[in-house]
Design a protein around this ligand. Sequence first.
Ligand SMILES: CC(C)(COP(=O)(O)OP(=O)(O)OC[C@H]1O[C@@H](n2cnc3c(N)ncnc32)[C@H](O)[C@@H]1OP(=O)(O)O)[C@@H](O)C(=O)NCCC(=O)NCCS
Length: 433
Amino acid sequence: MPITPTHFVNWFRDSAPYIHAHRNKTFVIFFSGETIMDNCDDLIHDLSLLKSLGIRLVLVHGIRPQIDQRLKQQNICSDFHKNLRITDDLALQCVKEAAGLVRVEIEALLSMGLANSPMAGAKIKVASGNFITAKPLGIIDGIDYQHTGQVRRIEHLAIHQQLDQDNVILISPIGYSPSGEIFNLAAEQVATEVAIALKAEKLILLTENSYTKDQQLIQQMTTEEAKSLLQQDISSTLFHSLNAAIQSCQHGVNRVHLINRKIDGALLLELFTRDGTGTLISATPFESIRPANLNDIAGILELIKPLERQGILVKRSREKLEMQINDYIVIERDGLIIGCTAYHLMQETGAAEIACLAIHPEYQKSARGNNLLDHLVKKAKKQQLSMLFVLSTQTMHWFIERGFKETEIQALPEQRQEFYNYKRNAKVLCKKI
Ligand SMILES: CC(C)(COP(=O)(O)OP(=O)(O)OC[C@H]1O[C@@H](n2cnc3c(N)ncnc32)[C@H](O)[C@@H]1OP(=O)(O)O)[C@@H](O)C(=O)NCCC(=O)NCCS
């Protein structure tokens, strides 16, 4: 279907809040060696777009298949223990070759800028270097990992300096020791440690699959849920990604996204649309918007009573709330009701009334009110309504700033006009859907 100008304009406008939110934030993005082996031009274009939108980009790449390829050419097979390669002298040589080659290939892709191509005018400068200090992993369960190492320190100040100079950072899974030794590192562990050291806003791991349960995408996971998945029989790549996510969340990275790299534009969808395409893992307890049930009544009353006393909300009895509970939508955070609203549908008139919108004072000004309103607008669109309206005495401007217009009482559905309280004298605001 061709994109109409209206579609384009609406889509572009809808991305604006995300563009503002991500600007000047540091994102660490990991992609595997397999990604480089496939055609990754589109991914590189998307990364270049993120850079041009002001995101501070740190890229960490893997090299596993490139190492395997080199070993195979010599008829050698690596031994693995606990999903990690045991890097002997020969394997280390392959690691060095693979890392050099992959880095150069990525740098070349990031340097593209032909006229009329997606990267025209991008002029990306890439900085790589000895940002990772490593130490040997040592001997575990009696097995000597030889040149396989683990991260000891990240030169985070040096990386931030490079980011301040508008460079994209490219990091290979190689670390150096103060004695000049080279270590083969797990790229996911490098990405994790880098994200933690930089206090990155996000760690994004491009994975080989989407994470699903009963064929449905798992959109969110707590670190606890991720940990229990780790106990199950899972692939090595999933193991590394989940482990990275858990470690990062436990050490202060707020958001870790696992995104299926095989979905075209998955990175952009995840970062610039509300629903995304990936799995978000976060340490903090989740908040969700959901329909209310009878168990929420005490929480809703606690939230709205002070506002009723101030005359901001109309008084509602517990009985009335119980009767209309199916009209209510709440925001639950860690078991607490911190926001609510009601959506009274008048189907035959093609309209619905928004009422009882409230966000707990401690949680205001973080777009939660906005999110509830968005939720209702979506619901109204789905039900093909033509109008949403609200009666307000003190919050008119909040609604006006979100596309509502003041209107006459006569514009209300007749059944609602009958119950209009002239003593309260609320303004009528409506939004066309
Ligand atoms: C109105 C309300 C639901 C907004 O919730 P929220 O989660 O803070 O909403 P958002 O984060 O999207 O919006 C915050 C913005 O709205 C503004 N705002 C809050 N109350 C407002 C009001 N009465 N009039 C105009 N703007 C208002 C805030 O100042 C903030 O703007 P700023 O960041 O520019 O300073 C919340 O303030 C509330 O519960 N108010 C008391 C109950 C109420 O008035 N309900 C409406 C009944 S009709």
